[in-house]
Design a protein around this ligand. Structure first.
Ligand code: ZN
Length: 384
């Protein structure tokens, strides 16, 4: 299947100007000022004039098999559907367990990742869960990363949270070793993806770990850093020291710092945009200890926040889209296959309407997934 995406305003994620993109099967085969269809018989022409064209979004934090359970068995979130992910412009997703490694397993998570991949996404997972010692597939996190293709790191390990197992510094150092050397042996990113809660310590354990060891900053991905104001101040300090910071979508302003407010502040503080990433925490639960009720986080909140950064805050689209494309691809060692629009990269392309940044089209591995904002590719049991 050949397609020429014609005349869009292309961002890779830096602005490239008006370009034509040739998609051939699962790859981008050319990005040129003009691609003449005569040379590619049967190619479908997709008019992208006036649209924003960028790489598909990479979401490094989705609870594929459902998070939750904090308010009892009835609060266990069901498995995610393909349409929940592609409706957010996401073409590459990393799945993870959460607090619950008792009634949920990494085996199910791996199978779900395979299922989503067969439906058209690119998927990976983290081994482990909140607690330390952590859940594994084949006995040790280092073995999971080194030997199992889809496993690219450990996560989400919880610190500073009343649901954390309160790992000691020694335990975290050992886990960092497993992630780092597992990544080396398996040719993976080997990241340690860390859930940081509202607890007293904030990022202090991570600061200490980096002070006392020789692990590279790049392998640590602390997330939810906009969940409260004190933690966000620590995050600014951490980023200025060279650390990656991951912000979670859908954060209300009353409890913490919204992504648009956070990004505005980070840029004002002179934080290097290359160390900032955004993720959705999609399909996780949002337990309300007061009411005992629970709601589900949406992957689409990520695109909502991206829109708000550009349309409400006036931050450049190139800067914002980089945080969910190239930055994540580099962090997870998926670059340049993912996260850019260039010859040889995978055919993951998001086409947005300029005025309201709604989705016009989404291609994943060269296949049309969303058209006019509606999913056209359905998962196995969707709509039955
Ligand atoms: Zn979390």
């Amino acid at each position: 299947m050949l397609r020429i995406l014609r005349g869009g305003e292309c961002y890779s994620p830096e602005y490239m100007g008006k370009k034509d993109i040739l998609l051939a099967f699962e790859r981008i085969c050319a990005v040129e000022d003009e691609i003449l269809p005569g040379a590619y018989k049967g190619a479908e022409i997709v008019d992208c004039a006036g649209k924003l064209v960028c790489p598909g979004i990479i979401d490094q934090h989705i609870h594929f098999t459902g998070g939750g359970g904090e308010n009892g068995p009835a609060s266990r979130v069901p498995e995610i559907r393909l349409c929940d992910i592609i409706s957010a412009g996401v073409t590459t997703a990393v799945g993870l367990l959460g607090v619950d490694s008792i009634t949920r397993s990494l085996e199910t998570l791996l199978a779900k990742a395979e299922s989503l991949e067969s439906e058209g996404l690119t998927t990976y997972i983290y081994t482990g869960s909140y607690s330390v010692p952590t859940a594994t597939l084949i006995g040790k996190p280092i073995k999971d990363i080194a030997l199992i293709k889809k496993v690219i790191g450990i996560g989400e390990i919880a610190i500073s949270d009343n649901r954390s197992s309160n790992p000691s510094l020694k335990q975290l150092k050992e886990l960092s070793y497993e992630a780092f050397v597992g990544g080396m042996l398996g040719g993976k990113a080997g990241v340690l993806h860390m859930h940081v809660g509202d607890g007293k310590g904030g990022l202090s354990l991570l600061f200490k770990l980096l002070e006392e060891t020789d692990f590279p900053y790049r392998m640590f991905v602390p997330t939810h850093l906009n969940r409260n104001r004190d933690l966000f101040e620590q995050a600014i300090r951490y980023a200025k020291q060279g650390g990656n910071i991951d912000l979670t979508a859908g954060q209300p302003a009353d409890a913490g710092v919204t992504i648009p407010d956070a990004l505005e502040r980070l840029l004002r503080e002179g934080v290097e945009p290359g160390c900032i990433t955004l993720s959705s925490d999609g399909n996780g639960s949002l337990p309300d200890p007061g009411s005992g009720g629970v709601s589900v986080g949406k992957v689409t909140w990520l695109l909502d926040d991206i829109r708000s950064c550009v349309l409400d805050k006036g931050i450049g689209f190139d800067i914002v889209i980089r945080l969910v494309t190239r930055n994540v691809a580099e962090l997870l060692k998926l670059y340049p296959g993912k996260g850019v629009l260039q010859e040889g990269s995978f055919g993951d392309v998001l086409v947005l309407n300029r005025e309201d940044m709604s989705i016009d089209k989404l291609f994943a591995m060269g296949n049309l997934m969303v058209e006019n904002g509606k999913p056209v590719k359905r998962g196995s049991y969707e709509g039955t």
